[in-house]
Design a protein around this ligand. Structure first.
Ligand SMILES: Nc1ncnc2c1ncn2[C@@H]1O[C@H](COP(=O)(O)OP(=O)(O)OP(=O)(O)O)[C@@H](O)[C@H]1O
Length: 461
């Protein structure tokens, strides 16, 4: 029986309730009331960075300096796919077009809808993703140097910068670092960072509201425009049309453009050639899978930002030796060990690490990606992979799509919203529905059960 996550927003709010409880206990009433109680959760619907807001910059700085790592570790102990915690200043201002709904969490831990804040008007840069926290070696040196060069003020030496790599290998980190560095050099620069999925969502919303003009003006006037996960627009014709005009104008105006994807431009099936060729005229840099020494160096660097954490070298060797592909997974494992050690008061040794991470270490030997699942499922049902992310509802496409979502939930650590995004921007509730449907069909329909078994065998190797 597959267990699935419940609604990610509710999950985040509940985790926040638990984290607040721990903070109240450990910090003591005075400190908690003064610094931590005014903090609110901003939940913009399934993002893997938890956003917390405080009423003043002074308080924000204090909490960042004293509690940032603790908060990240606490959240990751409950929600392992959390990427980080961003601590922001809440400002009373007019709501932005794209402002997220703010969920403030009352003492009971129940989420309460509140007004949007101005935080959404600033690029959502993760404070941890800076150049000085990025460990460089031969596998990522070109990407790192290119990102640094693009962040220098003055006329850009090249643009666009196209970064590509496997999942969890540092593209988003570098993109955020460009944003931080450029804003530090040019504080009033207009910097926009969004995923390709968000680009599509905002564009479609603007079309519905019959106001594409503001959307176009906003993007095209960016001094630095950064688009993550470009592969998402594969097969989305109207979005591609708009994206093409956006990048054309940004490039014609000599503004900076950074684009990330999981493949090189020419490998982006389903993305128009005129887009991929425009994106190839600047600098295309890949980040290769990290080798053992880089994995170890990154773990050591991450430890520097976890004051008080003590993890012996043999445990770092174990993690770096076993978790080989995604640095996100590696970092998640380290965060989990440190958080458990802090919560239980035990010291970290090999036994503790194996007991804490048993599943992760076993599962790390072979990690299936959603792309692989989509390829296997579409081949099995003689469809094109793009059918699985399309809007087609015919049962010949919809059922394989549900099977693929079910396998994604079962074989990967991706959250429901992430899976939904990988399937053409579908909602997490669609994924829950697909998982339940396939679970129940497996009990009653031998053909479906057979197909799932075959695919599981194939994917799990
Ligand atoms: N060279 C590095 N030095 C330090 N940290 C790194 C490095 N590479 C990756 N990381 C860390 O690994 C985590 C995942 O990186 P990131 O989110 O940038 O990956 P990604 O390539 O954008 O993944 P995806 O394609 O899944 O979006 C981040 O926490 C990031 O800080």
């Amino acid at each position: 029986m597959v267990r699935f996550e419940v609604d990610r927003q509710g999950e985040t709010a509940r985790a926040w309730g638990t984290v607040r409880g721990h903070l109240r206990e450990s910090a003591g009433a005075r400190l908690f009331d003064q610094w931590l109680k005014p903090m609110e959760l901003i939940d913009d619907g399934g993002s893997d960075t938890i956003r917390l807001a405080l009423p003043s910059a002074f308080m924000t700085n204090w909490v960042r300096n004293h509690y940032a790592d603790r908060l990240a570790a606490e959240f990751r102990a409950i929600l392992p796919d959390v990427r980080g915690v961003s601590i922001e200043t809440r400002r009373a201002a007019a709501p932005a077009l794209t402002a997220p709904t703010v969920l403030s969490v009352a003492n009971s831990g129940a989420p309460v809808a509140a007004k949007p804040t101005a935080a959404a008007e600033r690029p959502p840069l993760d404070t941890r993703f800076t150049f000085d926290r990025f460990v460089v070696d031969g596998s990522n040196k070109v990407a790192f140097n290119a990102a640094k060069a693009l962040a220098e003020p003055g006329a850009p030496r090249f643009s666009p910068l196209f970064l590509h790599s496997g999942t969890g290998q540092g593209k988003t980190h570098l993109m955020h670092a460009v944003g931080h560095a450029y804003l530090a050099a040019v504080p009033d620069a207009r910097v926009i960072l969004m995923s390709a999925e968000r680009f599509m969502f905002e564009f479609v919303s603007a079309m519905r509201a019959k106001d594409t003009h503001s959307f176009k003006m906003r993007l095209r006037s960016a001094d630095l425009l950064m688009i993550d996960d470009l592969q998402f627009i594969a097969g989305k014709d109207a979005t591609q049309e708009e994206f093409f005009h956006t990048i054309n104008e940004v490039m014609a105006a000599n503004q900076r453009l950074v684009v990330c994807a999981d493949r090189c431009p020419q490998g982006l099936d389903g993305v128009e050639a005129r887009i991929t060729s425009r994106l190839s005229v600047g600098l295309v840099a890949d980040i290769k899978a990290p080798d053992l020494s880089l994995r170890l160096a990154i773990l050591k660097r991450k430890l520097v930002d976890m004051p008080g954490a003590s993890v012996p070298a043999e445990v770092l060797d174990l993690l770096a030796g076993r978790i080989t592909q995604s640095i996100r997974d590696l970092e998640g494992a380290l965060g989990r060990i440190v958080a458990y050690a802090q919560l239980t008061g035990e010291s970290v040794d090999l036994d503790f690490a194996v007991a804490t991470l048993g599943d992760v270490l076993r599962g790390a030997e072979r990690r299936v990606t959603i792309d692989e699942i989509q390829k296997a499922v579409s081949a099995h049902f003689e469809l094109k992979p793009v059918d699985l992310v399309s809007a087609r509802r015919a049962v010949v496409v919809a059922r394989p799509r549900q099977i693929a979502m079910y396998l994604a939930k079962r074989l990967t650590t991706r959250s429901l919203p992430e899976i939904g995004r990988k399937f053409g921007g579908r909602d997490h509730s669609t994924v829950i529905h697909a998982v339940r449907r396939i679970e129940s069909l497996r009990d009653t329909d031998r053909e479906i059960d057979g197909a799932v078994r075959t695919l599981l065998r194939e994917l799990e190797g």
